[in-house]
Design a protein around this ligand. Structure first.
Ligand SMILES: Cc1ncc(COP(=O)(O)O)c(C=O)c1O
Length: 340
């Protein structure tokens, strides 16, 4: 079996999770009659201190539903140039929501709230008005960086002053919670909407939720249906998510330790792009003897799979399905390749 460090989305449901899925009580969720989906939505809303949540098939759909609820057609979204919403979601904000996106330079989790404030365009008929600001916690292309709580509080003030909404792409917000010890409800209180993902570090096969006020989630339900995301006996999937919330949040600390172990092994080769905070290990190969494709090919030949993000950038990700023994092996193989 290769050691798969490409992404934390590659995990397979554990035996306990499969058991929970097999025995889930289900109903038709488009009628609001799936008790397991309803329970998951209530639990996640409560975790973030919000009124309601909506179960969605993917993180991308959850983000895009939230953005359509927050930004009317012709309105503007501000986010960073590396944000998932503008990098990997195939232009959905523009294509489905008529939303204009404008970005600040990619700085990962090191956001300057004053810089964001300076970008805001007010309401009026002569310019596209800023309606929402989106941030990513943790930051994927930012190497799993965690936005500090003080920065988020500043951004909340910026958003309030501009009468703009604040959205969190919290696909890996659980990792931030475990890394910094910030309660999920503290994060929840800062955002109008959050999207949170069950199928990354938490190890569920499918599923994300949009979290917000009852009113916003009512609107989100309509947008989800419009986008074809209304699922029927989705309780089978929600059961995996409920299981993950009970069993797989605290253990994320183990994934962070594994990432730190990999980072330590490659640090002498000058390829660590940023300090490791969570489960992502970002590589910058600018000064390395090989580019990202060559490294990935050499690693694959030795049974280690890594992600290529750009010609000279790559990423290692730790997760539920990589054992400590596998990390030890990868921590021997990767330096050997980088040394060559
Ligand atoms: C930060 C972030 N947001 C959103 C998503 C989208 O999730 P999905 O693949 O379920 O659409 C991802 C996926 O990797 C992600 O890393």
């Amino acid at each position: 079996m290769p050691i798969d460090l490409r992404s934390d989305t590659v995990t397979r449901p554990t035996a306990g999770m499969r058991e929970a899925m097999a025995t889930a009580e289900v109903g038709d969720d488009v009628y609001g009659e799936d008790p397991t989906v309803n329970a998951l939505e209530s639990e996640v809303a409560a975790l973030f201190g919000h009124e309601a949540a909506l179960f969605c098939p993917t993180g991308s759909m959850a983000n895009q539903i939230a953005l359509q609820v927050l930004v009317p057609p012709g309105g503007e979204l501000l986010c960073d140039a590396d944000a998932h919403v503008v990098t990997y979601e195939m232009g959905a904000a523009a294509a489905y929501g008529g939303i204009t996106s404008r970005t600040w330079p990619a700085v990962g989790a090191d956001i300057d709230p004053d810089g964001v404030a300076g970008m805001i365009r007010p309401d009026g008929y002569w310019a596209v008005p800023t309606r929402a600001i989106a941030v990513e916690q943790t930051h994927n292309r930012g190497g799993g960086g965690v936005i500090p709580l003080d920065t988020l509080r500043e951004l909340r003030r910026v958003a309030d002053a501009a009468q703009s909404a604040l959205h969190c792409d919290g696909a890996r917000i659980w990792h931030a919670h475990v890394a910094d010890g910030v309660p999920l409800a503290t994060y929840g209180a800062l955002f109008d909407t959050l999207s949170v993902c069950l199928s990354k570090g938490l190890g569920a096969p499918v599923g994300s939720l949009v979290v917000g006020t009852a009113d916003k989630i009512e609107q989100a339900r309509l947008v989800r249906k419009r986008m074809g995301g209304g699922m029927r006996q989705a309780g089978i999937l929600a059961a995996a998510g409920r299981y993950a919330l009970t069993h797989h949040v605290d253990r994320l600390a183990e994934d962070h330790a594994k990432a730190a172990r990999l980072a330590e092994a490659i640090t002498p080769y000058g390829v660590l792009a940023a300090p490791v905070r969570t489960n992502l290990v970002p590589l910058d190969l600018t000064k390395a003897p090989m580019d990202a494709h060559a490294l990935a090919a050499a690693a694959r030949a030795e049974g280690v799979l890594i992600s290529v993000l750009g010609p000279r950038t790559a990423r290692l990700v730790t997760h539920l399905d990589v054992t400590n023994a596998a990390i030890d092996r990868a921590a021997t193989i990767l330096p050997r390749i980088l040394r060559a």
